[in-house]
Design a protein around this ligand. Sequence first.
Ligand code: FPP
Length: 229
Amino acid sequence: MDGNGRWAENRGKNRIIGHIKGADALRPVVENCPRLGIGYLTVYAFSSENWKRPPSEVCQLMGLFEEYILKETHRLNKMGVKLRFIGNRHMLPNSLQKVIAWAEKMTESNTVLGMQVALNYGARDEIVNAARKLVCWVADNQITEEDITCERFASALETTPWPDPDLFIRTGGEKRLSNYLLWQLSYTELIFLDIYWPDFTVQDLERAIETYYERERRFGGMTCLASSA
Ligand code: FPP
């Protein structure tokens, strides 16, 4: 959800206004996921590198996350959304940690849409933590070194057991992954949009899905036509 800050700056407003508008833009996207056949949605709300921002922006963002979760969880729960948070939550303010635990608990048995919020998330940290877990499992004789396959490795990631994303959308014009789901995005179709996140609409999501269906996913293999020739 990139471009909130620039959206606000271009209008002569404080960057937090951009983040508030960003939260507004997220609402219809989530609401429309079930209709569009989306079973899982992951949004990047705060990266482990975002602490480098001015303390005032970080503080306002933490307040906004707390307010968003407190305000939205009942509605999301009614919609059947299961909320899950990935990233190092222990570094977040205590009050935010409590709200996260409350939202996860309230929505834990929902099945209509899995919504994952990456908060203080960094993919390299996630991969290193997975490697640490595997080392412990081997040391505890729960598994052997030979048991470490891609599937086993993935089972130690925070996103387990949810599937890898089919489609990745980054707004804001930058064409990079910025330490986001590096393992999980290996075969994901990537779409980069030049619009800022607060301007992102359900129509943009529908267009991205159309583009996704026009692409041919081979997962390193060949097309049916080529393989039968
Ligand atoms: C990136 O834009 C966006 C963020 C760091 C915050 C995203 C948060 C929301 C949309 C609020 C929604 C809340 C929840 C809990 C899901 P940027 O600030 O990097 O924009 P810039 O690149 O223009 O500076």
